[in-house]
Structures are given as structure tokens and as C-alpha cells.
Design a protein around this ligand. Structure first.
Ligand code: AQP
Length: 328
């Protein structure tokens, strides 16, 4: 059976980008193999975060996973920090990735470009090492992610190749899996930038008031043309709205162009706003039901036990392969 593994960092309120790029993809893959998901709370420490917010965000992610339709009887979910093997394996694997390659990671460059070197924590630099440990611990086949995370899966593949060449077939080679349409949702106020939790300008949040979502979409930055046509380079704003609409309706871009041929941007935006608010309204209603039950804690507890068992076996295999002494 194929194993899928993915995660979300509890760095802030979940966005429509997280929902379309990641969560919806998890739902569509849920019946296609084994789905292991976690809340990447250790990764969220790479930039300053308030402890109360971190704790709340972590629980919220699980509640949104379930609200989106992930079936707790089919998937496993746990908190990364509760399975100590992630950190232990990362300490080992950091010796098989090099400073030059970590410094070339786009996420590292993006997140630190305005920071003074003296203030950049080591964790944001070594982020791909921990992510590699996250992935290989579970003998993962596929990592469903948004486009921005593909580079981190690629560096994990480099590491696996390097490691196995030296020690034999110890680590499983993973592959990134990105959705065809919606792998990169852009900011509504600057459609050349990714919609991102930690840069909330132009974001749609899953817990936003529906009226505010409507307003955000109606005032999304577009262009001076009036033609609803997909052209990422010259019409990034309208193309982004088309991507969102397509991901939520399963209509192809060509069908959307036909549907809105001869119509004005205002009419298209109204329809996008209708579809987005309808989907988010359902999500929010289910979230409210779930958060009032003990389901989140139950799922996390069971998920931790399940994940720990697999993780312990992989870590032992790695330790033995590299020659760490084990007396038991
Ligand atoms: N705008 C996006 N479009 C499509 N997919 C996206 N994802 C994030 N933003 C978009 C996907 O969501 C998953 C979880 O992301 P993450 O929390 O691990 O961190 P990220 O990729 O760095 O996303 P954010 O929202 O931008 O977080 P911050 O602001 O904290 O860095 C991933 O699969 C991601 O690709």
C-alpha cells in the first residue's frame, strides 16, 4: 500500500492556500493509500511565535483537517514534537546535507532576506534537515505538498540517495506530489506573491467572517483588461482567481474562460466569492461541531502511538546502519 505523508506548520491562521494546495489534496488521496499527517510544531519555532498561539493553532489544524472531510478512521494525525524520533533522526541526518545546498533553498532565502545575519536562527537554516527526517521516518512514498515545498522534498531525495549509497538501501526514496491546479495560490493584494500564513496581506483565512471574504475577493487586485482569460505572466490576479475557482468547482480553465466569455470582471469575482464563501461556510460549521467534542485529542493520542511505533523502527535501522552502538 502506498504511504502518503504531509504536514502543516501551526504558524498562524490557515489560509485558502493551505486548504487548496494541501488539505483538499489530502482528502482526495485519503482512499488511495495510507495517509499520515502531522502538525509541524517544531518547524513553526523557526520564526518567533507566541506559545499560546502555537498551542491553539496546532489544535485548530487538526480540527480543520477533520472539518475538511479527512476521516479519523482512515488517517493518522499527530504532533511532530510528540514523536521524539523526528528530532533524533534530524541530528543524525544533518551530517549528510551541506551548508551550500541549505543556503540555496528558496524558503530560507525568502524568509531571511530582510533579516540581519545575527538574528537568523539556526533552525530556519536547517529546516530541510528536519523535514527530511519527518519524511524518511515513515518510509514515505509520496509527499503531497504545494509548489513551494517541492524543493524540500527534492533535497530529501538527494539526501536519501547519498545516505543509501554509503550504507545500503536503508531509507525509502520519497516523491513530491503536487496538484495540477492550485499548487500555488497567490495573495489577493499582490498576485505575484504566494498567499502565506505569516504574511497575511491579501490572505483569505479559513476562519474569516464570510462578509470579509466576499469583500476581499471583490477588491482583489486584477488588471485593466476586462477579459476573463488565463495568463499568469500578464494577468496574475485574474489567473489566480481562476485557479481558485477551478480548484473549488473542478471546472477546467478552458471551461471557465468559456463560461465568462464576454462578461466583466465584476461578474466573475461575484461568482468566485459565492463559491469560496459557500465552501468556507461548510468548513466553518463542521469545525464548530468538531472543536466542541473531544475528537481532536483522541485522534492526536492515537496518531502519536501509531506514528511512534513506525518512527522507532526506522530510527533503529538508521542507528544500526551508521554504527551507533545499541546494547539492547
Ligand atoms: N499559497 C499556497 N498555495 C498552495 N499551497 C500552499 N501551501 C501553503 N501556502 C500555499 C501548502 O500548504 C502546506 C502547509 O504549508 P506550511 O504550513 O508547511 O508552510 P508554508 O508552505 O510555508 O505555508 P505558509 O502558509 O506560507 O506558512 P508560513 O507563512 O508559516 O511559512 C504545504 O504543503 C504548502 O505547500
Amino acid at each position: 500500500m502506498k504511504r502518503y505523508l504531509s504536514a502543516i506548520k501551526p504558524t498562524g491562521r490557515l489560509t485558502l492556500g493551505n486548504y487548496i494546495g494541501a488539505i483538499k489534496q489530502f482528502v482526495s488521496l485519503m482512499n488511495d493509500g495510507e495517509m499520515i499527517l502531522f502538525v509541524a510544531d517544531l518547524h513553526s519555532l523557526t520564526l518567533p511565535i507566541d506559545p499560546v498561539e502555537l498551542r491553539n493553532n496546532s489544535r485548530n489544524i487538526v480540527a480543520y483537517y477533520l472539518a475538511a472531510g479527512l476521516d479519523p478512521n482512515k488517517i493518522r494525525v499527530f504532533l511532530q514534537s510528540e514523536v521524539h524520533e523526528h528530532s533524533e533522526l534530524a541530528i543524525i541526518l544533518q551530517n549528510y546535507l551541506y551548508m551550500g545546498e541549505l543556503a540555496r533553498m528558496t524558503q530560507f532565502k525568502d524568509k531571511t532576506q530582510k533579516m540581519n545575519n545575527e538574528a537568523i536562527g539556526l533552525g530556519i537554516f536547517t529546516y530541510p534537515v528536519l523535514m527530511a527526517a519527518d519524511i524518511v521516518l515513515y518510509d514515505t512514498d509520496y509527499v503531497p505538498v504545494g509548489e513551494d515545498q517541492v524543493q524540500h522534498v527534492e533535497i530529501t531525495r538527494d539526501l536519501v540517495h547519498r545516505f543509501n549509497k554509503r550504507y545500503g538501501e536503508i531509507l525509502k526514496m520519497p516523491r513530491a506530489l503536487i496538484r495540477q491546479n492550485g499548487a500555488r495560490i497567490m495573495s489577493l493584494s499582490d498576485p505575484t506573491k504566494k498567499m502565506s500564513k505569516s504574511d497575511p496581506k491579501g490572505d483569505i483565512f479559513l476562519d474569516d467572517d464570510l462578509k470579509i471574504i466576499n469583500k476581499k475577493i471583490m477588491s482583489a487586485v486584477t488588471d485593466l483588461d476586462t477579459h476573463v482569460h488565463y495568463d499568469e505572466a500578464n494577468k496574475p490576479g485574474i489567473s489566480n482567481l481562476m485557479t481558485i475557482y477551478s480548484a473549488l468547482t473542478n471546472k477546467s480553465i478552458t471551461d471557465i474562460e468559456e463560461q465568462f466569455s464576454g462578461k466583466m470582471y465584476g461578474e466573475f469575482k461575484k461568482e468566485v466569492a459565492r463559491v469560496v464563501t459557500e465552501e468556507i461556510a461548510k468548513l466553518q460549521a463542521r469545525y464548530q461541531e468538531i472543536i466542541q467534542t473531544g475528537l481532536v485529542d483522541k485522534v492526536l493520542k492515537e496518531g502519536k502511538e501509531y506514528a511512534s511505533e513506525i518512527a522507532a523502527k526506522t530510527l533503529k535501522r538508521v542507528q544500526e546502519a551508521i554504527g551507533l552502538y545499541r546494547y539492547e
